[in-house]
Design a protein around this ligand. Structure first.
Ligand SMILES: [Zn+2]
Length: 169
């Protein structure tokens, strides 16, 4: 009787530990998979959309234009790039490096987005200079004018892509 009861308790503990381990394992796997398959967490997406709205409002107030361009979150960018502003045959686009969000979402939202918007606006105004990787004084002025925080001219990387197919400047 006594041994039977003890065995019963040991069995209960064993089952409990097994289930707890399974649940923990499921959570770990789920977290890993969810970051790989989902674009960004809803919380980060929310903050990104809000900052995007602020920048667009600043552009409207400063330059009087409704500047609507695609913002793409991609894991295909080179690892050393936070973001990229591209001009392809008249189409302007900003790509943000998904891998970099994992390390520092605040930096991506507060600094990188406005930085890339300033490049995008340079394209919009027909300024396609590659001097200093596009980080000219005019680029910096635009960056600050739309609420950019750092607007560093000496970032040491080239984050613009210009392809003018069939267009002569
Ligand atoms: Zn740049």
């Amino acid at each position: 009787m006594k041994i039977g009861k003890m065995m019963n308790n040991i069995f209960k503990i064993f089952i409990t530990i097994t289930f707890a381990s399974l649940i923990l394992l499921t959570v770990v796997i789920y977290n890993d998979v969810s970051f790989q398959n989902n674009p960004l967490s809803p919380e980060i997406q929310n903050r990104l959309v809000k900052q995007n709205d602020i920048i667009k409002r600043n552009i409207h107030n400063t330059y009087g234009i409704d500047f609507n361009i695609p913002i793409v979150i991609s894991d295909k960018l080179k690892a050393n790039l936070f973001g990229l502003a591209s001009y392809r045959n008249g189409e302007i686009k900003i790509t943000l490096n998904k891998k970099r969000f994992q390390e520092n979402d605040n930096y991506m939202i507060d600094y990188v987005l406005a930085h890339e918007y300033a490049h995008a606006l340079m394209f919009h105004f027909g300024k396609f200079t590659r001097n200093n990787g596009g980080h000219t004084k005019q680029w910096q002025n635009i960056c600050f004018s739309i609420g950019g925080k750092k607007c560093d001219r000496f970032v040491g990387h080239d984050d613009i892509l210009i392809e003018k197919i069939g267009v002569v400047y």
